[in-house]
Design a protein around this ligand. Sequence first.
Ligand code: SF4
Ligand code: SF4
Length: 229
Amino acid sequence: MTNISNHEVKEIVYSLGADLCGVACLERFDNAPKGFHPLDVLPSCKSVISFAVRFPVGALKCETPVPYTRIRNSLTPKMDAIALDLCIELEKRGIVSVPVPTNESLWDEKTNRWRSIVSQKHAAQAAGIGRIGRHSLLITKQFGSMVWLGSVLCEAEIEPDEMIEDICNHCNRCVQVCPVNALEKEELNQSACWDNAFGDDEVTKTWVISCHKCRDICPYNLGTDNKLI
Ligand code: SF4
Ligand code: SF4
């Protein structure tokens, strides 16, 4: 099996346009739900490469949900393109790899919720990019929760990055601000959140993301490298 260093992987990922990158070993996915472990997708998987792209924070200042929605809709194909190009670069080096789709989910009938084939947030946490906060979003040191995530599963055994310590301070502000109490329990009430946050605007008849209150209120939503707000 051809191998590749952690440094070389990051050089490729940054050259493709990502802002953050990390590598996780499979031991860090022991708690993944059945059917949604990296080995359930690629049985020969040895490492998970996770990456993040910053989400322009100006969207948080807008009176309309349109810019936030457009950024999210534009970031999705960007993350998928980075994942695809990374797979091609790895294959050129003799390493089999597959992309995890950024926003496509499968229905998990065991837990009645939609899931990515491998959780992007858990992969990013396992790869040392950030930590999942009480609001169930990933918080990074550099860009807070203003990031979008992508990942690739591969057969190469790559030296993993260290995981980072918790960032969330459990202030509960995100729990209190949620208009539909979707964060009341430890696990996000996905249907309550999605019913409230996503859908057609009644007036403009356009699909928008109309709620990100839990993201906005978090004291760690911007990180050290977002200086514009
Ligand atoms: S996005 Fe809105 S509805 Fe969903 S958990 Fe956050 S505050 Fe609640
Ligand atoms: S608002 Fe407070 S509890 Fe919620 S994620 Fe941020 S730091 Fe954690």
